[in-house]
Structure formats: structure tokens, C-alpha cells
Design a protein around this ligand. Structure first.
Ligand code: SAH
Length: 248
């Protein structure tokens, strides 16, 4: 069981697998006013940077679940580096349907809402692990401006224009599901660059080390096309943010 190999190659050097910088992740932690001992569940926890740094900075206790074996190993190593192995645990498994044994004060899914079949389904799933009065964190893309045509949406790796909303509409949709939006931290073009442009050097180095790998053709094609596609489309059209929600 694992995620498609392309992500394990292109994002192997990423600590944060979304368009937030370490500074923005710290801003989010501070914005949530986390108390020591706060329990956090993170579905699709990637390489564990959010839980590990929040454990170090705020003393939270965290459980992260992720389907990438590589990222889960990196998360465990990161917990060791930051000296928080007694506060966080990382489990390699499919997070679909995953509910915590002990309820948490913060339940997160940051950039992996397909786990619950979309935003609404993921909120419903996270709610099953949440204490009364707890906070749900959803990391999700939105349109900075609506694509003029469906093929622009596809170049942004969206299935169609209707996959995402404009920011105000996304916030309205949280309200329609019965949630107050109580905080948010948004990506910007510089933080998007840290996520996307960092893949290019990783791919280039991987190609130099693995020229005869079966996968080299696919990685070469991605490295050749990604810089233009990203700057023409995703960087111009797609926003991304983490939204903190509390049930009304
Ligand atoms: N929240 C992390 C990772 C976001 S990228 C961060 O912000 O850094 C999306 C993550 O979801 C990847 O780590 C991927 O391995 C994981 N993933 C994809 N499908 C999954 C599933 N069904 N169950 C658990 N994790 C999944």
C-alpha cells in the first residue's frame, strides 16, 4: 500500500507537502493558541512537520496517519531530530474512515481531502474524532480567479473548474455545512514557489542518480514541462489555505 510513486520522487526532499512555508505553519500554530497537552489528529500527515514543530513549540500531543511509507519514515525521523518522539506518533496506513480511539481537540486534514471523498466528507470524518468545542483544520485549494476554460483547470491539476471555489464561496460553503471559520492562513505566490519549484531540483538530482530507472522517462517529462505549466497556470489561478472551523 502506497501513494503513486511520482509523489515519493518529486516530494522526497520536502518537509512540508503543501504551499505553506515553515513560517506560515508556525503562524497557524500560534493562531490556534494551542495549549500544552492538546491532542491533535492529522490525516494525511506527510512528513510530519506540522505535528513535530507544534509538539516542539507548544507541547501538543499528535497522531499522524499517512499512506506514504517514505513520508511516514521521514516523519518519525523528524520527531527524533526535534526531540518529540514521546509526544507524536506516525502510522503508515490509509486514513479513509480513520477515527481516533481517544477524542482530540484539533482534527486536521491539510491538503488531502480526497481521504473523506471531498471537503464535506472529510469534515464529517474528522468530526467523529473531535471533542465538543474542538477545531477542525482543512487545507484546501481555491481559485484566485476563475479559469476562463476547462483546460486551464486541468493544467492546474483540477479535474474541472467545479472542483474548487473562489475564496469567499469556499468560506460560505463551510458556513453552509454548519461551521464558523475561526482562523485561516493562506499560501501566497512565494510559498507556492517553495512547494512547486523545490520539486524541480529534486527531480533533476533524482534523474542524475537514477538514469536507467523505469520511471526516468516520466520524471524527465515532468521536469521538462512543470516550470512553464506551473508559472502559466497554478501560480496565477490557484490559491491554497488552511481553514480552522468550529461547529456552530
Ligand atoms: N499534510 C501534509 C501532507 C499533504 S500532501 C503536509 O501538509 O505536509 C498529501 C498527503 O496525503 C501525502 O503525504 C500522501 O501520502 C497522503 N495520502 C494520500 N492519500 C492518503 C490516504 N488515503 N490515507 C492517508 N494518507 C494519504
Amino acid at each position: 500500500m502506497d501513494i503513486p510513486r511520482i509523489f515519493n520522487v518529486t516530494e522526497s526532499a520536502h518537509r512540508i507537502h503543501n504551499p505553506l512555508t515553515p513560517e506560515k505553519l508556525a503562524t497557524l500554530g500560534a493562531a490556534l493558541r494551542l495549549e500544552p497537552g492538546t491532542r491533535v489528529l492529522d490525516l494525511g500527515s506527510g512528513s510530519g512537520e506540522m505535528l513535530c514543530t507544534w509538539a516542539r513549540n507548544y507541547g501538543i500531543r499528535g497522531t499522524g496517519i499517512d499512506m506514504s511509507q517514505l513520508f511516514t519514515e521521514q516523519a518519525k525521523r523528524r520527531a527524533g531530530e526535534l526531540g518529540v518522539t514521546d509526544l507524536v506518533e506516525f502510522i503508515h496506513k490509509d486514513a479513509a474512515g480513520c477515527v481516533a480511539d481517544e477524542k482530540v481537540s484539533v482534527a486536521a486534514c491539510v491538503g488531502a481531502t480526497w481521504i473523506g471523498g471531498g471537503v464535506a466528507g472529510t469534515i464529517e470524518l474528522l468530526t467523529k474524532s473531535l471533542c465538543t468545542g474542538g477545531i477542525i483544520l482543512i487545507g484546501e485549494p481555491y481559485w484566485l480567479k476563475l479559469p476562463e476554460a476547462e483546460d486551464i483547470a486541468k493544467e492546474c491539476h483540477a479535474g474541472s473548474i467545479s472542483d474548487f471555489l473562489l475564496l469567499p464561496e469556499l468560506l460560505v460553503s463551510f458556513g453552509n455545512l454548519g461551521y464558523d471559520v475561526v482562523e485561516m492562513v493562506l499560501a501566497d505566490q512565494d510559498s507556492w514557489d517553495r512547494y512547486e519549484a523545490a520539486k524541480w531540483l529534486t527531480m533533476r538530482r533524482w534523474l542524475e542518480t537514477n538514469p536507467d530507472d523505469d520511471f526516468a522517462k516520466e520524471v524527465r517529462s515532468e521536469l521538462t514541462s512543470a516550470p512553464e505549466r506551473y508559472t502559466r497556470y497554478t501560480r496565477e489561478y490557484l490559491g491554497w489555505g488552511v481553514f480552522a472551523l468550529m461547529s456552530r
